[in-house]
Design a protein around this ligand. Sequence first.
Ligand SMILES: [Zn+2]
Length: 219
Amino acid sequence: MPFKTHNEGGIWTGGGTEVPNCNPVEIAAIREAFRYCHDVIIPRIRAVRGLEDLANRISQMTEPIILLDCRGSVCDANTAARINARGGREITLCSKALPPAPQQSTDVTLFHQLILACNGTEFDAWALENFFYHGHGTVAPDSNPQIIQNNVFIESTTPVAGDKNKRISEFLFWRANEGKVFVKHQMGGTWNAPPVYTEGQQLNIDGMYIEHGYYYILL
Ligand SMILES: [Zn+2]
């Protein structure tokens, strides 16, 4: 894969050259974002008890297995990036996350998409970037009106034992009414008994933002 191309200079019978849609400056920024994630962030993820599985999954997400594109039809003024599907392998970065935007914007946006590639939900992506990229480009979810309007945090979590205030995502446990986010621990789970989910380590997320998003939804 790794960078999507288009043909320049060819005619209908062929010829021309395959040119990446991302220009060299953009490719350099994306490669730096991979490097930062793998060298700096993954060791921090691995150090959190209960996130080893995430660390292993995101370690697999390297340039050769992701199809990377720049701008394109999925982008609009509110969109920093898109992945083709949860668990998908095609990531498009939009202008907000590409030079001349700061490198930190590329870093955090790529990370957000890689969490989705690891089968994380939007809730995981927002909360984990808020924790691991604090002070490194992360923005509050309520800076994006679509997150609030589309009930994204509620839609991307499920209630634990029918309690709408205790919710789980792929990796996290959210006490929604308190705005607190924890690592999700799962115990048991057999053919005749569902698993039990408990709170692991609390992640010191900018809880106000998560809570804020939640109350917007209730109002
Ligand atoms: Zn997202």
